[in-house]
Design a protein around this ligand. Sequence first.
Ligand SMILES: *[C@@H]1O[C@H](CO)[C@@H](O)[C@H](O)[C@H]1NC(C)=O
Ligand SMILES: *[C@@H]1O[C@H](CO)[C@@H](O)[C@H](O)[C@H]1NC(C)=O
Length: 353
Amino acid sequence: MARLAPAATAVMVLATIVSVAAGLQAINVTTMSFEEGYAPLFGHDNILRSADDRTVSLLLDRTTGSGFISSAMYQHGLFSASIKLPSDYTAGASSPSMLTSNADVFEKRHDELDFEFLGNIRGKPWRVQTNVYGNGSVSRGREERYVLPFDPTTEFHRYSILWTPSAVAFYVDDVPVREVRRSPAMGGDFPSKPMSLYATVWDASNWATSGGKYKVNYRYGPFVASFTDLALAGCRVDQPGIRMTMMPPAGEVESYRRCAAAEERLRAADVAVMTLEKQQAMRRFREQFMVYSYCYDTLRYPVPFPECDVVESERRRFKDSGHLRFALRRGQQRRRGGRHQGRRGTREHVVAS
Ligand SMILES: *[C@@H]1O[C@H](CO)[C@@H](O)[C@H](O)[C@H]1NC(C)=O
Ligand SMILES: *[C@@H]1O[C@H](CO)[C@@H](O)[C@H](O)[C@H]1NC(C)=O
């Protein structure tokens, strides 16, 4: 990433957001208070709720990180929050994340969808990672990493995970940045069991930043990640609490039936319709900001995954390690953008179809 004076960065960032998100409809979510949908998970003293209970700040200090969880589990849904990351100068590896998981319930065959912010190094941009696990596929990480076209520490930006029976989509603000469509070849690797939403901040010194080269420097702490515009939509499948007894297959069948109406609403929502405009915006985002993809990491995965839609023109931009061949330079990226044809189908489709 080119180092730029702050003012120049702001102008370029603004121009970039406009070019990526142009014409996209805002994601329509019904927001709720913390009390309505969530509960503290750990580091209770480090969870600060605003007076109106609609903004939660998670602190990481010398003592502990902190986290919260949705009060219910959901069978498919839209999980969304606007997040402001710890400010710069935190020089280290605080690692805020928002993810869905059922690891507490299905220990050996858990499902998980991640948005993880990789700890910042002073002067370098935050990176965000998305990942998809299904049925305990922990040895098959499907990581992608992106730099963000804005400074995520200065204001709130919305991050959303959409999970339908047929696809998973990750959104940054109104732009879909990744879509994983379910295919029979994915088998159990596509998440299929009810999941809870987790939001956490913890000390990830061991791996998040350049393999642990940079430690959290608590001289600058505490680190605060704030969450607001909290939204959960989908089919609730249990009582409050993080511990749920192992669900028998019959129970899963019943929950699937109860979820039909919720899934229909999800399917009809604008967020689940991958319009041409959204597909194009997704392509532009990925061309400009994706810096790592498991699909191009042939050192780790000599045989590509079934859902990987490998496009030669895109492939050439990545090394065998899956990392981008060249450091991103925004102006250059934009000029290059026009050459690539859509890597996805060009027909509109419904994520939940
Ligand atoms: C947003 O969603 C709500 C229901 O959740 C619906 O009543 C409303 O009409 C939607 N707004 C738009 C602009 O689609
Ligand atoms: C999920 O994993 C379990 C145990 O590892 C296995 O028995 C089951 O067949 C898997 N389910 C799917 C849908 O692949």
